[in-house]
Every structure is written in structure tokens, then in C-alpha cells.
Design a protein. Structure first.
Length: 206
């Protein structure tokens, strides 16, 4: 009889583990660290975070990484198997959300750089929801996630697995207020990487 597949990890992970002799170590990690839902400690951790890194891919597997930030808890924990975060008006490209339309698998990485120096991976299936629709189903959603801005959409994630990112190589960062005013030597965002200096091969400011 063929043994059932392990409950966590991809087929590629398991093939490499067998090839490199790490299967037993990986099995201990899956058993001790990976959960199919958010523990109370994970939910509390997410509620304290002000940023998250995103990983998406389109239907062809072409990947994109992105970043979201907001007040602590802007990624809202609905329950142990469900998260939601708002999508605001941006550059109009919709790279991450567009990938989710084709391929709903979403990877999220929360990192605490300032206190406990630990990370949390949350992977699952994402769907886009209009604000009114999601709020009708979950009236506990925060009403003023970012003052003065209203979500265009929410990303609603059904959690499939969650696990730790160890602290070993997470740097320590000190929170500091953003400097007031604009540095005149700094190009505007629209010109930072693709402005006149970049077009003529001249490096911008370090």
C-alpha cells in the first residue's frame, strides 16, 4: 500500500527532504510548529503587527511579492481560520489582487523586527470582497482602518497553514518617526528608479 501524503508541505519539499536527508528533521518541524489554523498566540501576534509581506502567483506560476502596512491590527483576525485586510487605492496596477483573481493561493509573512524578533507565515486561499459585502458577513470589521481612507476591496483569507519563522537572522530595527519634510536631493517616487537619471545611466542618490 502507498502511504498517505504528509499533511503539510509541498511534493517538491518532500522530494528534496528525501534527497538531502532532512525528512526526519522536517517531520519534527511540521509536527511541532505547523498548524492548520491560527493558535491564540498567532492571533494575538497578528493583531500587534503593522506590516506584512505578500507572495502571490498568477495562473502560470509567475510570482510577485508585495508589502502592506497600516495601524497595528490592520490585518483583521476574524477567527482562527480567517483573516481579512483592506486594499486601498494605489497605482491602479492591482498586481497582487490580480494574481489572486487567477490563482487564489496567498502567502503572508509577518515579522516582528523590534521586540521578539520572530516571524509568522500564514498560507491559505484568498478571495476579493467588496467592503459592504464582507462587512455584512462580518460586522466586527474595523470601521476606520486608516483614517481618511476607505477600502476599495478586502482580501479575505481562509487559512490552510501557519508556522513560525525563527528569529536567528531577523535584524533588530528601532522604531522612529518619519522625518518631517521632503529631502530635496531625493527623487520623487515616480522618478526614483525610472526617471531621467536612470534613463541616462547615471546613478541616483545612495
Amino acid at each position: 500500500m502507498t502511504s498517505p501524503p504528509p499533511p503539510f508541505g509541498s511534493a517538491g519539499e518532500h522530494r528534496l527532504q528525501q534527497r538531502l536527508g532532512t525528512a526526519d528533521r522536517a517531520a519534527r518541524f511540521y509536527d511541532r510548529q505547523v498548524r492548520p489554523h491560527l493558535t491564540a498566540e498567532m492571533r494575538d501576534f497578528i493583531g500587534r503587527q503593522a506590516m506584512v509581506f505578500l507572495a502571490t502567483a498568477d495562473s502560470r506560476g509567475e510570482c510577485d511579492s508585495s508589502f502592506r502596512a497600516g495601524p497595528p491590527g490592520f490585518v483583521h483576525v476574524i477567527d482562527e481560520r480567517t483573516l481579512a485586510y483592506p486594499e486601498f487605492r494605489g497605482n491602479g496596477v492591482m498586481a497582487s489582487a490580480g494574481n489572486m483573481v487567477e490563482n487564489p493561493h496567498l502567502g503572508m509573512l509577518f515579522v516582528d523586527f523590534t521586540h521578539h524578533h520572530v516571524g509568522l507565515h500564514v498560507n491559505g486561499v484568498a478571495h476579493l470582497r467588496h467592503d459592504a459585502d464582507l462587512r455584512g458577513a462580518h460586522p466586527g470589521l474595523p470601521t476606520d482602518v486608516t483614517p481618511g481612507r476607505s477600502p476599495e476591496l478586502w482580501v479575505h483569507l481562509t487559512v490552510e497553514e501557519a508556522y513560525i519563522h525563527c528569529s536567528k537572522y531577523i535584524p533588530h530595527l528601532e522604531p522612529a518617526p518619519r522625518p518631517a519634510g521632503r529631502d530635496a536631493a531625493r527623487p520623487k517616487d515616480a522618478d526614483y528608479f525610472t526617471g531621467p537619471r536612470a534613463a541616462h545611466g547615471r546613478p541616483g542618490p545612495a
